[in-house]
Design a protein around this ligand. Structure first.
Ligand SMILES: Nc1ncnc2c1ncn2[C@@H]1O[C@H](COP(=O)(O)OP(=O)(O)OP(=O)(O)O)[C@@H](O)[C@H]1O
Ligand SMILES: [Mg+2]
Length: 210
């Protein structure tokens, strides 16, 4: 649990987000039902489908990070060791370790990524590409496969991810599909709705806008 806290990307968690305050909007209703079911009946998921996670994908602003944050908080509350990391952050840490040859740190990093009960990887495909990232991700997926689930969020469908990851893309997409249920979110972006409110406010201030 201490390691989980240490490696969680705290500054990327949405402070106010919980599963309880996620609004069921059109296009996202299934995602919140499934997220709730996963955390509420985690031990059943684990015994019936060991290692089966979720791949939440869809456009920006639909609440994927909100859902992962909420799941992370709910799992930790239930004493399930969970780590929330942005994929960018995960690759950064691999890179840092590679540069300084800090084996102790690497050991702890791998212990967390391979061994925590639920790994929540936010924004797969949003990271800056570099050569060995695909192998690192494959290792994490392979070690956890059929044992410990990964919950992903991504802007990419698994097909899109396949292209993004270059020549290892097909293998990664296949492994993800084997170990996670894809859930596609659609509907109107929350950020878009907030922007609409800004426009309404502006229209109230500046008269005569066309
Ligand atoms: N259904 C929802 N109910 C309540 N708040 C929401 C909902 N969807 C999004 N939000 C809020 O809108 C903001 C943007 O959501 P979030 O960052 O989770 O989107 P995202 O899908 O991760 O976007 P991106 O693909 O850009 O990472 C956050 O503040 C989040 O709490
Ligand atoms: Mg996000």
């Amino acid at each position: 649990m201490t390691l989980c806290h240490e490696f969680t990307s705290r500054d990327k968690l949405l402070p106010a987000a919980t599963l309880g305050n996620y609004n069921k909007r059109n296009g996202c209703a299934n995602a919140i039902k499934i997220a709730n079911n996963f955390v509420d009946t985690y031990t059943e998921w684990l015994s019936e489908r060991p290692g089966l996670g979720l791949y939440l994908n869809g456009p920006n602003g639909l609440g994927k990070t909100h859902l992962l944050t909420g799941m992370y908080k709910a799992l930790m509350k239930r004493n399930v060791s969970a780590v929330f990391m942005t994929t960018y952050h995960m690759f950064q840490r691999f890179k840092e370790v590679g540069k300084v040859n800090d084996y102790e740190y690497e050991k702890r990093l791998l212990k967390v990524l391979y061994g925590c009960e639920v790994l929540l990887l936010d924004d797969v495909g949003g990271e800056v590409p570099y050569d060995s990232r695909a192998e690192k991700l494959l290792d994490v997926i392979n070690v956890r496969s059929q044992k410990r689930p990964i919950i992903y969020s991504s802007n990419f469908t698994t097909g899109g991810l396949e292209q993004w990851m270059g020549n290892q893309g097909k293998r990664i997409a296949d492994r993800i599909l084997e170990n996670a249920i894809t859930i596609t979110l659609d509907g109107e972006s929350k950020r878009g709705l907030i922007n609409d409110e800004h426009h309404d406010w502006l229209a109230g201030r500046v008269k005569g806008l066309e």
